[in-house]
Each structure stands twice: as C-alpha cells, then as structure tokens.
Design a protein around this ligand. Structure first.
Ligand code: ZN
Length: 691
C-alpha cells in the first residue's frame, strides 16, 4: 500500500500539511496524462459540438491540473526550498508544453468556431458566450492559426520564455537572499527606529553574529534609506538594491550567475518574434488584444498626458525637496539615496508627524478587525476564523458568510520571512463554479511581506503596521473580494478569471481609498500602549500629507509604464541600441529625477519580466482612473447621507463590478455602476492635481 498523493486530492482544501516536493512530479505526470486523455476524447469526431459535451468537460482540466500546479507555484513563492525549486523547474516545462499544445489544438479551435456559428450559441448565457469568445481569441494568440511548419518554433518560444522568466525571478530572489549588511555598532544606526534595530539585531543573532544585520528584503533595507542619518550607510544599501541581479552587482557573491541583463534581451527577442509570427507589428499589440485599452498608441497617449499633467507638480516637489535638503540637512547635492531620507524629514517638519508615530496606532489585530468590519458593512457579509492546514504556522484562515451560507474562504500570510518572495499579492486557490448542480465556493491566498511581531525581553509584541502597509493590505483584500464575492457560476469567467488585466486593479485600488476615511480609521486604530484611537489632529496631518510628492510619484509611475510600453512597442531587441540606452532616452524625455548610471532597476523589474505585466504596467494607472471614479460614487453618496460607508452603494458596486467578474467587458460593468464613461477627474482630484 502506498499513500495516496495529496496533490491529487481535490475533495477539499489543499493538504499543505501533507504535500512535499516529492509529490510534485508523480502528481503532475498523472494529471498531464489524464488531461491528454480528456483532450483526445473531446477532439474525437464522436464528441458533439455543444456546451455540455464539449466545453463544460474542459473545466476539469483547469480544475485538476490548474489547481495542483497552482499549489506548487504558490508553495515555491512562499516557502521556497531547494527540493521544491528542483521539482518546480523539472515540471514547469511539461506543464507549459501541455498548455501550449492545448492552445494550438486545431480540432478544439474548429469546434469552438463551430459552436459559435451554431444555433445553440444564441441560447447560451452571456457568461458562456464570453467564454467561447475568449477561447477563440486565446487560440488565435496561442498560434492555432499558424501553418504547421511554424507551430514547432512557436511552442519552443513559449517554453524558452517560461524558463527564462523563471530564471529571472530566481536570480532576483537569490540575490536578495544573498546580500547581508552587518553593522557593528548601534552608533552607526543613528536615526533608525527601535523596532528596525531590534529586527536587525535578531537577524544577526540568528546567523551567530554580533551587531546588526540588514538584508534587501523591503522591511529591512527601506528604513535605512528612510531614516539612517549616516549618508554612507544609505548609499551602500541603495547601491546594493539598485544593482541587484545585474553586472553592476559587486556586493553579491554570484554577480555573473545572477545577472539578468542577458535574460531581459532574450525575453524581449522571444516576445518580438512571437508577435511577428502572429501577424502583429510588436508585442505591445499582442499584449493589448485581451485588454480594455484599444491600442499601444492609445496607452502611450494616456501616459504622456498623465506625465504632462504631473510634471509641474513634480518639479515643484523636487525644487522644494532640494532647497530643504540643502538648507536644513546640509546636503548640497541631493542624491538618489538621499531622496527617501530628505522626504521623510521634510514630511516630518512640514506635517509634524512621522510614519513611526502613526504606526503606533495600527496594531495588527485592530487593523484586521477594522478591515473585516468595513467589508461586512459594505457588502453584507460575515468574516469568521476558520481552520485549514497551511504552509507556515503564522498563516491564518478565514471564511466569508452571507445569511449563514458559505461564500468564500481565504488564507492570510502576512509576514516577511526567508524563502518567501517579496511584495504582496492575491492568488486564487480555487474558483467559484457550479458543477453537477453543486456549488464550489472560491478560495484565495492573500500574501503580504510585513514585519513579523518582535519578541522583546521574552515578550511577544503585537506587529505594528505602517499606514502604507495597511493600504497594501486593503489593496490585496480588494482583489480577494473580487475573487470571493463573485456570483458567476462558470469558472472561466468567475471572480478575477477572464477580467481584463488593465481593469483587474479596480477593486483593489478602490479599497485603498477607505484607509483615508475618518469613519473607517476610528475602527482601524488603537494605540499600542494607550488603546486610544487615531486622534483627529494626527489624522488631519496625515490627510494634509496624503498628496505629499504625489506629482513626483505620478511622474515616476508614468515613466515606468512608458519604459515598459516602449520596450515592447518600438524598441528593437535585435538592433544595436541597448536596453539601458532605451531607458535613458525615455528618462531624458519624461523623468526629472535621474538615477546614478549604475542603477539597473530593470534587472529586478519582475512585473514585466516574470509577472505577466509586460506591456501592461500602465494597467495600474489605467485602472486607477476607474477605481478613483468608482470611489467617487461613495463620496457622492456621503455628501447626501453623511457617511462614505454606504451599504446601498456597496450593494450596487458588488452587483455591477464584483459579482460579474470576467463575464462581461469591464467597461460595460463600469458604465452599469456609474451610469457613464470613466473620467480622469476623480483621480486628479484624489492626487491633489486638479486644475
Ligand atoms: Zn493589485
């Protein structure tokens, strides 16, 4: 008797307590064989072209292979070990190969086209029609219409692309884990908050060293840039972070091995080749086919317009910062590693509060309670603690109920730790669907990288969140709500599935707005020692500071988005211009803060080289137009009723945006909620850049 493989158990939630790296290969092999058998059955002439006999059975493939592989990917993102990485890399090419085959299967493609032309099509629900349309579009983009002799090359491009983008993110993670900065005396850390020093001290102790140890994980390095009085220390960590995974990375033990520069060129070449094979002029056009934006020209015009509007505000921000740094901090020449530090000091001076002071009001339990309370009121649900096996003892699990009925569940993995990828994200563990008359409820992974609770003199302190971290939590929770509050029964377009990339940030960025509302903050804050909620005076200062340097930030986001667009629109990776030269030329046109020549931020720009945001980074700003405008509906309701936490508006937002998921175009959903086309006015007003 052998133990059944837990990765093949789809009866309930993933069995994280039982799954190990050695389960991966046998499970994926079984699932691939089953999936291929299923495809053979669906493509046989005996299988009728109808929704029930042909389309519905395909859900089983994404339900089994997709879910199991999703678990493996998730684990490799949150508890990376050498064994798991080996298993992931051994199986990823096989999985990619299968999806490529499926995407190019001409018989399936033909059957979808026949279904679209059949009498049955007219009787399908809008959600099902959308699925058929998406499938046909997907086949075209997967090369199904390519001549036979080109298909093999197309498949090879997909495989190589997947392998290189995995290597890209591994290099970033390895370099991040490799770098350690040991500071011997506390005197050198002047300016740093106590909790940051304690964490650095604990990190050194863990490695059997005395002193204070810093890494390139965000909660460790960023406070140095923000607070360290010693300029040389700021410069050291700035340079390390800016040269991570590049040929400039002298502070790393395997600089050449982890250099992502050749990987960037390879990825751009593969994307360009793919686009031309599909009959498009460039990869940006391919990227936009399934998106809300119509063309690269439309996106570039949107970004240039935003950059133009932000520029005068950004110039004012920078001039002010330079003057302050010179007069008050003695920094005659403001360098890149001075910007966060000088900004923090200017902000403290002008608004007379610090991020540290604010943080004392946001202990973890209060923030989580306040978030749940808000969501419960807005969307008429209950959120209660639940149990499930997890991948780490600090991970929690909850369920969402409405009228006593289970709506969805989520894992909450809050803290940064070794072996966990940086940043914050939401991913789906399982999607909503009705199968054989039975409802499957959605399950989400919510992952953040906040500072874990510290132990001081043997006593565990509550984790304290910065206001930025609270905003991040609300953001990811917004994605989670989109995934979990869906009412669509077809898995391919339920929740976030099938939603246009450039609209998918609508619910997440929408949720961020509530972190600035007095009514919400009352229930989100309790001072860690006094228990007092956020005082009005401090709130007023935070609000005054909200748009501090928003011109600079908007310009920077526009610059990153334009870099991404141009790399995929009019840059020739086979030509003589280097990636760095292209970046420099875009910066000369749009940026006002030029980083040092050694800066290689693109070498760890995972969004566009390993995260699916290629020719899509603009999506954040694009969706922010939508999210700000959607939030304005709550502000309008507040003007009438006195409160922004409007259950009535929340109900409409849920019905028109969250519940419908990807079952109809995002623009239609937006117009159904707002009663008109999106307008940029609310975004400009929220950013303090209204004319
Ligand atoms: Zn997001």
């Amino acid at each position: 008797m052998t133990n059944p493989n837990p990765l093949l158990d789809f009866s309930g939630l993933p069995r994280f307590d039982a799954i190990t790296a050695e389960h991966v290969t046998p499970a994926i092999d079984v699932l691939l064989a089953q999936a291929r058998a299923k495809v053979a059955q669906l493509t046989s002439p005996e299988t009728a072209v109808s929704w029930d006999s042909f389309v519905a059975p395909q859900d089983e493939i994404s339900e089994t292979l997709g879910r199991a592989w999703g678990i493996v990917s998730h684990l490799s993102n949150v508890v990376d070990t050498p064994e798991l990485r080996t298993a992931f890399n051994a199986n990823q090419p096989k999985v990619t190969e299968f999806w490529t085959e499926l995407g190019q299967n001409e018989v399936l493609f033909d059957k979808f086209k026949q279904l679209q032309a059949s009498a049955e099509y007219a009787s399908l629900s809008p959600a099902r029609k959308t699925i058929v349309e998406h499938a046909i579009r997907g086949f075209r983009l997967s090369g199904a219409e390519l001549p036979e002799d080109k298909k093999e090359r197309f498949g090879a491009i997909q495989e190589e692309h997947a392998a290189v983008s995995t290597r890209f993110s591994e290099n970033v993670l390895d370099a991040t884990n490799d770098y350690k900065l040991l500071v011997e005396t506390e005197a050198e850390l002047a300016g740093l908050p106590d909790d940051v020093k304690q964490a650095a001290r604990a990190a050194a102790e863990k490695d059997g060293k005395s002193g204070y140890q810093f890494s390139l994980h965000f909660p460790s390095y960023y406070p140095i840039l923000q607070f360290a009085d010693q300029r040389a220390l700021r410069e050291t960590i700035y340079r390390a972070n800016a040269t991570k995974a590049s040929e400039q990375g002298d502070a790393f033990s395997k600089k050449d091995e982890w250099d992502n520069s050749p990987n960037i060129v390879t990825l751009l070449k593969l994307r360009d080749e793919e686009a031309k094979m599909l009959g498009y002029k460039n990869f940006a056009e391919v990227s936009l086919v399934p998106k809300m934006a119509q063309s690269p020209e439309q996106v570039i015009a949107f970004l240039e317009d935003l950059a133009r509007r932000a520029r005068p505000y950004a110039e004012q921000d920078l001039a002010e910062l330079r003057t302050f740094a010179k007069q008050e901090l003695g920094l005659d020449e403001l360098q890149a590693w001075d910007v966060p530090y000088a900004s923090e000091k200017l902000q403290e001076r002008r608004y007379a509060f610090s991020a540290q002071e604010v943080k004392q009001y946001f202990p973890e339990h209060k923030v989580i309670d306040g978030l749940f309370r808000l969501v419960q009121t807005l969307f008429s649900v209950n959120i209660v603690a639940d149990t499930a096996s997890t991948w780490h003892p600090s991970v929690r699990f909850y369920r969402i109920e409405r009228d006593g009925q289970l709506v969805g569940q989520f894992y909450l993995d809050l803290y940064a730790r070794a072996g966990k990828g940086g940043g914050a994200w939401m991913d789906d563990a399982r999607g909503r669907r009705v199968h054989n008359g039975k409802l499957q409820t959605p399950v989400a992974y919510l992952t953040c990288n906040f500072t874990e609770p510290a132990v001081v003199d043997g006593v565990l302190q509550p984790a304290l969140f910065t206001h930025d971290e609270v905003i991040t939590l609300f953001h990811e929770f917004g994605h989670g709500l989109h995934h979990m509050l869906t009412q669509v029964d077809e898995i391919s377009v339920s929740g976030i599935s099938g939603v246009e990339w450039d609209a998918v940030e609508l619910p997440s960025q929408f949720m961020e707005n509530f972190c600035w509302e007095w009514d919400v903050l009352q229930h989100l804050t309790a001072h860690v020692t006094t228990g007092e909620s956020l005082p009005r005076a401090l709130y007023d200062k935070m609000l005054a500071a909200k748009n501090f340097q928003s011109g600079l930030q908007t310009l920077r986001q526009s610059e990153f988005s334009l870099l991404d667009m141009h790399l995929h629109y009019d840059y020739n990776p086979f030509g003589t211009q280097s990636v760095q030269e292209l970046i420099d030329s875009v910066r000369r046109k749009f940026a006002i803060v030029i980083p040092p020549a050694y800066n290689r931020f693109q070498n760890s720009f995972g969004h566009i080289f390993s995260g699916g945001y290629s020719a899509g980074y603009y999506s954040y700003k694009w969706a922010e137009v939508l999210s700000a405008d959607a939030y304005a509906a709550f502000e309008e309701a507040a003007a009438l009723t006195g409160g922004v936490i409007s259950a009535e508006t929340g109900k409409r937002f849920q019905a028109e945006i969250l519940a419908v998921g990807g079952s109809r175009p995002a623009l239609e959903s937006f117009k159904a909620f707002r009663g008109r086309e999106p307008s940029i006015d609310a975004l400009l007003r929220h950013s303090g850049m209204a004319a």
